[in-house]
Structures are given as C-alpha cells and as structure tokens.
Design a protein. Structure first.
Length: 331
C-alpha cells in the first residue's frame, strides 16, 4: 500500500455503506489516508464511519471535480457505491448508479493511471446453469444470464471491462472486479429490509422468536435447504486489502467462502452463537420473485487462490460467531 506523500490517498465510494465502511475502517486502522464518497441521508448510517479518521468526505455530485483536484495524490479507488437492491424497479436509477458511474470511473482511472477495485456480484451468474467460475474471457461471460436488473447492471459492466482488457484498450494500471456472494457482518443496520439474513434474524433468535424462511418451490431442495455461499464481510475486506497490496494482480474474481450452506444451517449457526435453540417457520416465496429465486450458489475460489491470495476464509459457524460477538460489543 502506498505510503509516500504523492499517490498515498485511497478513495472508497459507498464508503459509509455495509461492505464499504468495513473496508474504510480496515484501511484507516492500517494508517492509510482514506476519503469517502457517499450520502449519509437522515438515518444512522454515519455511525458506520464514526470510528474512522477520514482524510475527506465527498458528496457524489462533486465526485469528478474532487477527482480532478486530487488525481496526483490518488493511489486507488475502491468503488463499492451502487444500488444494491435486487428488487429495485427503477431501471434508469440502476443504470445511472451501477453502470454509468462505474464506467465513468473506469475510463477516468485508465486515463489518469489510478488503480480501481470495484464491486461486481454473484447475481451475474443468474440461476447458476453456467456455473460459478470467475472466467473473465468475453465468450465465458456471454454465457451468463442474470435474473434481475441489478445482476444485469453488474454483468454489463463486467463484460465491458473484460472486453477492454482482452482487446488491449486502455485500462487502469490495476483493476479488479469482485463478485460478492451473500455477504453478512457488521454495519448493515442502515439497509433495512436489504440486510443479510444473518443480520435480520440475529435479534429474532436472540429474543427466542421464530425465524421465517421461504418454502422451497423446487423438488430438489427441502424447505430451508436452499443453498447459498454465505461469506463473512471480514473475508471480503481481506481480499480487498490483499489486492491493494498486490498491484500486479488484475481480473474478475469471486469473493465468497467457497462452500454452499443452507439457510437452515445459517439459522442454526446464529442460534449456537447466542446460545439458543432457534425456531423456524416457513412461508411461500412471493410470486413476483419466485421465478428469479436462486436455489444454489457457491463461489469457485480457485482463481483468486492461484493469483496468490492465501488467507484462510471463515467457516459459516466461525464467521457468524465473530459477527455476533462484534454486534454485541465483545469483538
């Protein structure tokens, strides 16, 4: 990570959000000079950054003016800002926030020789029929079929960036798109209904209530047996940290645990972490999302490992235990 006065500044967009704030806190704890671009709104989102000594805070509408003033000092941009709701219906809003902004940053970083790490998503894999290998060859990416507009927006960006790299067009000196799977951890409260399942059910299980999960509408999966790659946010932070320390590494990479686990397993892990036997009730999956529902996701982590990332990843039980301890102020 850069430490000299020239080129030592890291900008994190979406830096007050869930994954972004965890990245900001990690960088700040390692004495990096960090600027954040985000909107605080009127809620408690600002608390995600309360412990971080920030160099600057930038409003999104002033972003490119700020970049022009600070381009010689920037080491990297970590672009986590996005519309992350998989049920967002305003497609123009998704295009503006997820596609247009990311591609504008891509072109700016290529022109100004600034490294770029950005958030993609496992939603790009759709129903998983084409597998979950993070192959960035344009032909491989063309086989993927996202199930919603959010996944499509991330996929469109991945395809454009991979095509530029494959064709030898200008790219940033380092670039990495991270296909985040089902991330859980601290600093999610501001997301409301879009929090991870782990975050949503923690207070319910701790209070002895009944957790509600979707029934399965697929003959191969029992109720509660739908499988996801649940990845602890601390592992996602470790991947970003490693990329920033290894500027020779570029590409599209999965960011998951590498192990699919059931929603019932997740509930059991939360129960074990709080010392309670959880109760589960099941409801029908809403018809409006039933045909877009993923029954299995599992990150293939081999490519990142081959690139040199060697840190161990949390198991579901270990990650949930650490998350619960942090949430209760004991971490």
């Amino acid at each position: 990570m850069a430490t000299a006065d020239d080129g030592d500044l890291i900008l994190v967009t979406g830096g007050a959000g869930f994954i972004g704030s965890n990245i900001v806190l990690d960088l700040a704890q390692r004495d990096a000079r960090v600027a954040v671009c985000d909107l605080m709104r009127s809620g408690e989102k600002w608390r995600n950054l309360a412990a971080a000594p920030l160099h600057d805070l930038v409003r999104p509408e002033a972003l490119f003016d700020w970049l022009a003033r600070h381009r010689r000092r920037l080491s990297a941009i970590v672009h986590m800002g996005a519309i992350s709701s998989t049920t967002e219906t305003d497609i123009d809003r998704i295009v503006a926030a997820n596609i247009r902004l990311t591609l504008d940053l891509w072109e700016w970083c290529a022109q100004n020789r600034v490294r770029l790490v950005y958030a993609s998503s496992a939603a790009t894999y759709g129903d998983g029929a084409a597998g979950f290998a993070d192959d960035e060859k344009p032909k491989a990416l063309a086989q993927l079929a996202p199930l919603n507009a959010y996944g499509w927006s991330k996929h469109l960006v991945d395809r454009r960036i991979a095509a530029d790299a494959a064709a030898g067009r200008p790219t940033p000196p380092q670039w990495a798109g991270l296909k985040f799977f089902n991330v859980y951890g601290t600093n999610e409260a501001h997301k409301g209904p879009m929090q991870s399942v782990a975050s949503k059910i923690l207070p319910i299980v701790a209070a002895g209530g009944t957790v509600t999960l979707f029934k399965s509408h697929h003959p191969d999966y029992p109720d509660g047996g739908q499988l996801r790659d649940f990845v602890y946010v601390e592992d996602c932070v470790a991947i970003v940290r490693w990329l920033l320390a290894n500027p020779q590494v570029s590409g599209l990479f999965n960011a998951g645990s590498g192990k699919a686990r059931s929603f019932a397993d997740l509930v059991a892990a939360v129960g074990a972490a709080v010392g309670r036997q959880p109760q589960i009730g099941y409801v029908d999956t809403p018809p409006e999302i039933r045909d877009k529902y993923q029954y299995f996701t599992q990150a293939d982590m081999a490519k990142l490992r081959r690139a040199g990332f060697a840190e161990p990843l949390h198991s579901l039980e270990d990650g949930v235990r650490d998350f619960v301890q942090r949430a209760r102020g004991r971490g």
